[in-house]
Design a protein around this ligand. Structure first.
Ligand SMILES: *[C@@H]1O[C@H](CO)[C@@H](O)[C@H](O)[C@H]1NC(C)=O
Ligand SMILES: *[C@@H]1O[C@H](CO)[C@@H](O)[C@H](O)[C@H]1NC(C)=O
Ligand SMILES: *[C@@H]1O[C@H](CO)[C@@H](O)[C@H](O)[C@H]1NC(C)=O
Ligand SMILES: *[C@@H]1O[C@H](CO)[C@@H](O)[C@H](O)[C@H]1NC(C)=O
Ligand SMILES: *[C@@H]1O[C@H](CO)[C@@H](O)[C@H](O)[C@H]1NC(C)=O
Ligand SMILES: *[C@@H]1O[C@H](CO)[C@@H](O)[C@H](O)[C@H]1NC(C)=O
Length: 469
């Protein structure tokens, strides 16, 4: 026990030293050369999104009532001027803690685009009454709804993303064209600061894409090297993928892999790297890594969630030379590439990591034809090394520490006249939203609840107007 604590301390110190080193390098670089950005696209996005903003803060009751928050402000966008070489974008969401995973994902798609919505929750808890007017005015200048205690957090997040963006631009064609969207959310109850408005964020990232093909990926998933290196560089393949996605409503399924928990933590990322760099001609090596070496598993299988990816049919995939069609099974939760205009928006009622994605996938598979790509896959990157977040953690000093924030979920609250906790209410509520959605789907009258900001952007952004074809 004691040696564990000691180990952790040295490990943390090590990370801190690394971070200071890298931050220094990044900032030094950034101050010399701040890369160009597509400010016209940035402004269009900010205008349509923020015209719907209300600064009074998200209430737990709004979430319970299935009302998507309007207190999410698109503070800043970083839109790369790099030209994409092929028409595929990933869209994803993250908080600042997992920004290194985003950098890895971007590197796995050189020539393509990654749009990421980054969430910064700002609690109204602990905002002192009657703060000095100058500080309040300063905060209001930085962004609507902000209080003086938030200024440092928002500035720090902005500086961190400046650095991430500049580093990525410097990586030229070895990384993706990156689009970052920093959204802060004013939350009234502390518990909401741990329940990300996950689907509102996914929708925000989706409207920042403008390619023919898109895929929603979790931030800690990266694509195999042949997706960007081979498949998307083949004009025939791209034409076929776009054509079938648009005309035949095909969803191109990406088989997904997890690194085994039996692999020691410090080796997990190298196993992920190995699986990502396997050539598609040698995909039997993945079967070896799974069945012989037990380093890799089909996604979620080791955790016992068989149905999540079983329909992909990994055994068939190992020998498949061509894409093949599959049928939906209840519980199936694949990631896929689809036409941007046919990709479903996500139900904005959900918050937190529970039941949020399965609804969108279930509804998509009602009108999309699923086909598995034979030479493309994605691998889940373990979370061990998170170097770039120190600045943000530092900024969080003003807020409660993570343990305390988590505890906010367990604070008693009265809902509908009954004493409960936010955690309990959250689980029950997401399950309830899920059940309603499924029964509506079964009756063929389900439409995801959208937040007004995304609805508005979809109406007005030039790249979201349907092509007259
Ligand atoms: C927030 O402000 C808007 C506009 O002023 C108002 O309509 C709404 O009721 C307010 N919501 C809350 C929760 O106070
Ligand atoms: C900026 O983005 C817009 C919208 O996608 C695009 O039409 C325009 O060509 C881009 N400009 C530059 C300089 O990249
Ligand atoms: C990246 O750019 C370099 C230098 O221009 C070029 O040699 C290389 O082929 C490019 N790589 C890709 C994947 O486009
Ligand atoms: C998994 O998929 C295979 C083939 O697609 C099917 O035969 C099998 O019944 C499925 N297993 C479960 C548990 O659904
Ligand atoms: C964030 O704030 C901390 C503490 O003030 C500071 O040391 C760090 O350099 C900041 N990070 C960035 C990227 O500005
Ligand atoms: C509150 O109670 C009413 C009546 O029982 C019910 O219809 C409603 O769904 C409940 N709301 C929540 C948030 O549980």
């Amino acid at each position: 026990m004691a040696s564990g604590i000691f180990f952790n301390c040295t490990y943390i110190q090590f990370i801190v030293i690394l971070t200071i080193y890298y931050s220094y390098q990044g900032l030094a670089f950034e101050s010399i050369n701040s890369p160009p950005r597509n400010t016209s696209a940035e402004n269009l996005l900010k205008q349509c999104y923020n015209s719907q903003f209300q600064p009074n803060g998200t209430l737990f009751g709004d979430y319970m009532n299935g009302q998507p928050t309007r207190s999410l402000y698109l503070h800043r966008v970083w839109w790369s001027t790099k030209r994409a070489v092929f028409p595929l974008s990933f869209f994803t969401i993250t908080d600042l803690k997992r920004i290194t995973a985003l950098q890895e994902q971007c590197k796995s798609l050189p020539g393509g685009t990654v749009a990421a919505a980054i969430w910064l929750p700002l609690s109204l808890n602990g905002v002192p009454e009657g703060v000095d007017a100058a500080a309040a005015a300063e905060a209001a200048k930085l962004g609507p709804g902000l209080s003086a205690v938030h200024v440092h957090i928002v500035e720090n997040a902005t500086a961190l993303l400046d650095e991430v963006f500049a580093q990525n631009e410097a990586a030229a064609n070895t990384s993706c064209a990156l689009r970052l969207l920093l959204l802060y959310e004013i939350v009234v109850q502390e518990a909401l600061a741990v329940l990300m408005p996950i689907n509102i964020m996914r929708n925000a990232a989706l409207i920042a894409t403008d390619s023919d093909l898109v895929a929603m990926l979790d931030v800690d998933l990266s694509a195999n090297k042949d997706l960007a290196g081979l498949v998307m560089r083949s004009p025939q393949r791209v034409t076929e993928m776009v054509f079938r996605a648009e005309r035949q409503h095909v969803a191109w399924i990406l088989p997904a892999w997890d690194v085994s928990r039996s692999v020691p933590s410090l080796k997990r990322n190298s196993v992920a790297d190995e699986a990502l760099s396997v050539s598609s001609k040698e995909k039997y090596r993945l079967e070896e890594m799974w069945k012989t070496k037990k380093q890799l598993f089909p996604f979620a299988l080791e955790r016992g969630y068989v149905l999540g990816h079983n329909a992909t049919n990994y055994d068939r995939w190992f020998t498949a030379q061509e894409h093949y069609g599959i049928e939906y099974e209840e519980g199936y939760e694949p990631w896929f590439i689809a036409s941007r205009f046919l990709t479903p928006f996500f139900d904005a009622r959900f918050r937190g990591y529970y039941m949020n994605k399965i609804v969108a996938v279930r509804s998509a598979t009602r009108f999309l034809n699923m086909r598995v790509l034979p030479d493309v896959w994605i691998v889940h990157r373990p979370h061990e090394v998170q170097v770039a977040n120190f600045g943000w953690l530092e900024a969080q000093k003003n807020m409660k520490n993570k343990q305390q924030v988590m505890m906010a979920l367990d604070e008693p609250m009265v809902i509908n006249g009954t004493m409960t906790t936010a955690r309990d209410a959250f689980f029950k509520r997401n399950l309830y939203f899920y059940r309603i959605a499924v029964s509506q789907m079964n009756a063929f009258n389900y439409t995801p609840v959208l937040d007004v900001a995304v609805e508005n952007c979809r109406k007005v952004l030039p790249w979201w107007q349907h092509r007259a074809s």
